[in-house]
Design a protein around this ligand. Sequence first.
Ligand SMILES: [Zn+2]
Length: 299
Amino acid sequence: MLAYGGGWLDRAAALRGDAEWLAGRLADPVSVVLPLWRDRCLVDTAGPVRLTGEHASRVRAAAEETVFLGLDGDVAVFAADLSALGERAAVELAAATRAVDVRTLVGRLDPAGAAVQAYARGLLLWHRQQRYCGACGARAVAGGGGHMRTCGGGECGRLWFPRIEPAVIVLVEAPGGTGRCLLARHAGAAEGGYSTLAGFVEVGESLEDAVRRELAEEAGVTVTDVVYQGSQAWPFPAGLMAGFRAVAVSEEVRVDGVELLEARWFSRAELRARVAAGRPLGRVDSIDHRLLGDWLAEG
Ligand SMILES: [Zn+2]
């Protein structure tokens, strides 16, 4: 399973808009509150802190936003945003030992645990960035258990929903079945750090259109046979990664020199040699790693 996917929570969309039901879950001493601070999980030696009862109530009282994540069996799970506090105050209030990025925990958390933390991080960040109505500028108020905000500006009353920013990530094969794929060194990547090509979907594009445009713009490569492989939640801050394979019509490559510094074709043997030398295949928590691993396993 890919990291940040397979969260086990029942999001209970039919219940979370019921304010009375939600108030009952918040008052229930068995309900769980996950505290976060500025996109970071608050952890102790056992992992991310899970608070219940009186302690959970105290944390909620100090939080600028508390959102309903879902039901774990019969138990409601919430996330509380302590970002308005200083780091030390947030850590102490949560009885945690430190605040860390979920991405640094991913090897130690089970995928579902990482998924819930990433979900909480993405949703709380959206609230901090959507405090005001984007149409009239009035204060917007959270509702639906934290899955929407409503403009409080009188006649406007617009509804705002959490934003997801889709991106495509593509493993491009060389033409003619030569068993080679295109990897690129991105601006800012370490010397010798190669990965698959990726980019955001623009307004008015399908995912497949975005694949074709990104490859043409960044690497000067025309591709066909664009085939979907799978997707990954990537709420860092608001992404959704859609993985593809495509086949280039020629091996000619012309990088833009801005986003990509270099792109070239790698055989499976070369990639295996890199792995054997201790170089990771893409980012280990990313679909990039999966795309490359699947491709390597085929030949
Ligand atoms: Zn408004």
